[in-house]
Design a protein around this ligand. Structure first.
Ligand SMILES: [Zn+2]
Length: 153
């Protein structure tokens, strides 16, 4: 791919390839290169600045926040083991589901990002397969946790 034809375009926050202009009024856009869904939002402190975040990163941040809040509530409140298990299970399911989606896109596009490094081609597809397995394991553990919670009433 000739990089110069993308010169001056906003880089994708996932794969850093130049992106074509967004459709006006749309909050979610797909990067042409890595196919990751990207969300646009206004800066929290600088309202005139727009920021772009990969949707899976937003899901991860939400899951982490949910985990901390739920765990704090469970510990301060009842301290019940079942509540603590639920506090862990739901964010884990969210993490797992977003990992499966990210892994699928890694396999399909051959672009993957792990620990801040973008990889392409066969390596990216191998990482994608690993991410799917990791995500499925997370979902399975979460499912066992939720089933244990609802089953033993
Ligand atoms: Zn991209």
């Amino acid at each position: 791919m000739n990089m110069m034809d993308r010169f001056g375009l906003t880089p994708c926050p996932y794969c850093s390839a130049g992106m074509l202009p967004w459709t006006a009024g749309k909050r979610v856009h797909h990067c042409e290169r890595c196919q990751r869904p990207l969300a646009i939002y206004r800066g929290l402190f600088k309202r005139d600045r727009f920021r772009i975040i990969p949707l899976y990163a937003a899901v991860h941040a939400t899951a982490a926040l949910l985990f901390v809040l739920a765990l704090a509530t469970a510990l301060v409140g009842t301290g019940n083991m079942r509540h603590i298990m639920l506090a862990v299970a739901f964010p884990l399911a969210l993490f797992g589901a977003s990992d499966v989606a990210d892994g699928y896109l890694s396999i399909r596009t051959g672009v993957s990002r792990l620990f801040g490094r973008v990889r392409r081609g066969g390596v990216a597809r191998a990482i994608g397969a690993g991410t799917i397995l990791f995500g499925l394991a997370g979902c399975l553990i979460a499912l066992i946790g939720i089933t244990a919670f609802t089953g033993a009433q």
